[in-house]
Ligand binder design. Sequence first.
Ligand SMILES: NC(=O)c1ccc[n+]([C@@H]2O[C@H](COP(=O)([O-])OP(=O)(O)OC[C@H]3O[C@@H](n4cnc5c(N)ncnc54)[C@H](O)[C@@H]3O)[C@@H](O)[C@H]2O)c1
Length: 278
Amino acid sequence: MFGGFPLSGKIIAITGGASGIGFALAKLALESNAKVIIADLKPSSESTRLVKDHENAHFLKCDVTRWDDLALIMPFSESKLGDVPDIFVANAGVPETEKNSFWDDNDSERYSALDINLYHPIKLTRLAIRALLGKQKKGVVMITASIGGLHGHFSTALYCAGKHGTIGFIKSLAGAEEEAGVKVVGICPGPVRTPLMATVGKRLSKSDQTPILLEPEEVAERMKELIEQGKYRGGMALGVYWPGHAEVVADGSTSLLETICPPDVIAVRKIIAAERGI
Ligand SMILES: NC(=O)c1ccc[n+]([C@@H]2O[C@H](COP(=O)([O-])OP(=O)(O)OC[C@H]3O[C@@H](n4cnc5c(N)ncnc54)[C@H](O)[C@@H]3O)[C@@H](O)[C@H]2O)c1
């Protein structure tokens, strides 16, 4: 049983932590007595101030599309804070804009947004599990998915496909809590007042509908609960679609697919044992 996991005293690394939801979580984590690594392309003015004002806050330049940048989180954390992170938040994300949209079709070789919105959470989770096993400690991986991970959206189909991918991934890792001591959970916000949403808003403003907006601080509060509270188990995702709303949208319980087609747990256990060094 994983149990409670208070932020106090923990090290939390947040990709995309210089802005929006990630920044709100960084602030809340510091208020909760955690040590914070903001891993982002570049610092924002507010994240620069935060790092300057808190000795337990650090900025790491990191492009999440580069896996060697993601791997740098471990040595950076060990050198600045004495250990690998206890909590990893794969939060960096980009909206679907003209340059990377399914409909505009301007990507020439690959859907570049998927590198950020889908592949980085998967790779960061793998790196996190290996690092935590190597240190024989429990940990949490939180992925910032979206309401677009559970519901389709005609004009932003690529964004939704990527976010649906993260939900399938979170569900598939439900067993990591028991097998590896790593709780993998997700948050699925509705529209949130952030720079990302402002970009989407410009495109939406061509229609006559105004989205109902959440504040990033409210989403960060729900993320803290998901990390800290034992009632939220690995494989779960929480939908926070509008102010005051929260509902479990993936419950981490038995998978029909695993019932019909049992997974090869023995093979995975061998890998986990090797990474634990036993
Ligand atoms: N704002 C919303 O309405 C909303 C709704 C649901 C989900 N989300 C998700 O929340 C997450 C955070 O978004 P936000 O709204 O706070 O946006 P934001 O634009 O305020 O913050 C995103 C951060 O990610 C960083 N980033 C982008 N590409 C990166 C890269 N390659 N490497 C490292 N960092 C990179 C940006 O520099 C920025 O600091 C995203 O995953 C987004 O998809 C947002």
